[in-house]
Design a protein around this ligand. Structure first.
Ligand code: FES
Length: 89
C-alpha cells in the first residue's frame, strides 16, 4: 500500500494534436521516480504512467491521489515543488 499515487499522463495523440507524451512526460516520470528514490521514500509514493486525463491542452498533466490535486504544464523545474506539497521533504 502506498500513501500517495502520482499519475503522470504519457498519452500520445494523433498529430497535429499534442499529447503529454509530446511534451516530455516520460522524462517527468523518470525524474519523479529518481527524486523519490533519492529521498529514500519509495514506499510512500507510487509514480504511475497514465493515459489521457482529459486536459491535453494543459499538459503535461499530473494528478496526485488521494488529494485529487492537479498540476498542469508541469516542467522538470516544478518537480521538487510538487513533491514538497505532500512529502514534506
Ligand atoms: S494527453 Fe495528457 S491529458 Fe490528454
Amino acid at each position: 500500500m502506498y500513501e500517495f499515487h502520482l499519475f503522470v499522463c504519457v498519452n500520445e495523440r494523433d498529430q497535429p494534436k499534442q499529447g503529454c507524451r509530446d511534451r516530455q512526460a516520460h522524462d517527468l516520470v523518470e525524474l519523479f521516480r529518481e527524486k523519490i528514490k533519492a529521498q529514500a521514500i519509495p514506499a510512500t509514493c507510487r509514480v504511475n504512467k497514465s493515459g489521457c486525463l482529459g486536459k491535453c491542452a494543459q499538459g503535461p498533466v499530473v494528478v496526485l491521489y488521494p488529494q485529487n490535486q492537479w498540476f498542469f504544464k508541469v516542467t522538470a523545474e516544478k518537480v521538487d515543488e510538487i513533491l514538497a506539497t505532500f512529502l514534506h521533504v
